[in-house]
Design a protein around this ligand. Structure first.
Ligand SMILES: [Cu+2]
Length: 143
């Protein structure tokens, strides 16, 4: 009986791996002096056949890391804390200014152009994935 259970578990194990997302164009905005918050942007692609729900994030540079969106409410731009963001199978979601962003709140120190930050995305199946982000100062990047 025990043997049967072990065999069943082995047969199921390929499905134990969570769907992995592809992330590119990662960047964290260098924060301006006097602010200890900043934002991170990226392109997320789900090349798998499984819908993925991002339910949170963590970073190695800030005390709090949240999923946010900017939306127009009438003629005012409002920022919202999103409980989750779905990236359905075969779809992509762009995190960009005036849309979805990762909000880094309570930075340990100023993040400067050329530095790196690690941001971990947490999924609803309990797994997570860590990604390296380049810190970019838009004023320097434009030169
Ligand atoms: Cu925000």
């Amino acid at each position: 009986m025990k043997k049967t259970i072990a065999l069943v578990l082995m047969a199921l194990s390929p499905f134990a791996f969570s769907a992995q997302l592809e992330v590119s164009r990662t960047n964290v905005r260098a924060n301006v002096p006097g602010s200890d918050n900043t934002t991170a942007y990226m392109l997320i692609e789900n090349l798998t056949k499984k819908d993925v729900r991002i339910v949170g994030a963590e970073s190695d540079v800030s005390a709090f890391t949240e999923l946010h969106s900017h939306k127009m409410d009438g003629d005012t731009m409002i920022m919202r804390h999103e409980k989750y963001i779905d990236v359905d199978a075969g779809e992509s979601v762009r995190f960009a200014p005036n849309g979805y962003h990762i909000m880094l709140i309570g930075l340990d120190k100023r993040v400067k152009h050329g530095e790196k930050a690690t941001i971990t995305l947490k999924y609803d199946d309990g797994t997570s994935q860590a990604f390296k982000f380049d810190v970019i100062d838009p004023r320097k990047a434009a030169k």
